[in-house]
Design a protein around this ligand. Structure first.
Ligand code: ADE
Length: 228
């Protein structure tokens, strides 16, 4: 798959993709990550990308022209164009799974007081990563990029993906490593028992408890699915 990120701050995206698992995914050509500087598509002689707000108001708004110029150059028939904005639809794991099956995902990062609203004529989806406001869309684009890339075949052990949080509406079970006791805190005995049936039961129970406490909304869905 290919992911294109349109941003005014390409270094932020490039830096992130040069570490850890995302770096391996990139180096193994499991995905093609393209980072485009919106400023490069400004036709203004000073490479201007923003302007004052019609109707008045504080701050600057990102102009539509450089972004659309860029989109026109990179968008293909199978591209999905996503605008990161706090006013978008809320992102979740299900969307990450859908995105991971797409051929080309284009992520547009907004800044300042947002982007000229006419951008909506050129995109497929507005996406928010949560009910809070960031200084720009880059951190949000990285959230999408990371969560999608790790789902690509070959990037992460398939077994890890199957038991992780949000599958079956349950959060992941707690994990432990050496030492067996740290400052008086011991690893649950059952995990040292070697009894896989008991370990699996314990882990499922932990997932249920954790979900019930931390995410009652998910727990409701889990119970519904289970048929309670
Ligand atoms: N840009 C600013 N805040 C954002 C958010 N919560 N989600 C996506 N993009 C954003």
């Amino acid at each position: 798959m290919k992911i294109s990120v349109l941003t005014l701050f390409p270094d932020i995206i490039n830096e992130y993709t040069n570490h850890s698992i995302i770096k391996i995914i990139k180096n193994n050509n499991l995905a093609n990550i393209e980072v485009l500087n919106i400023r490069d598509y400004s036709l203004d002689k000073h490479r201007k990308v923003d302007d004052t707000i019609y109707g008045g108001g504080p701050g600057l708004v990102m102009s539509i022209e450089p972004i659309v110029n860029c989109l026109k150059e990179i968008k293909k028939e199978n591209s999905m164009v996503v605008l990161l904005t706090p006013t978008g639809k809320k992102y979740n794991q299900e969307m990450a799974k859908k995105f991971s099956k797409m051929e080309h995902l284009i992520l547009i990062c907004g800044h300042y007081e947002g982007i000229d609203e006419r951008i909506l004529n050129y995109i497929d989806l507005q996406l928010s990563i949560g009910d809070f406001v960031l200084t720009g869309g880059e951190a949000a684009a990285l959230v999408v990029l990371d969560s999608v890339l790790r789902l690509l075949p070959g990037s992460i052990n398939k077994d890890s993906l199957e038991v992780e949080s949000f599958n079956d509406y349950l959060l992941d079970y707690p994990v432990y490593t050496k030492p067996e006791v740290f400052e008086g805190y011991a690893v649950p005995k059952v995990l040292l028992s070697g009894n896989h049936k008991e370990i699996n039961e314990y882990r499922l129970r932990q997932r249920e408890i954790k979900t019930k406490i931390n995410r009652p909304d998910l727990y409701e869905k889990y119970l519904e699915k289970k048929g309670n």
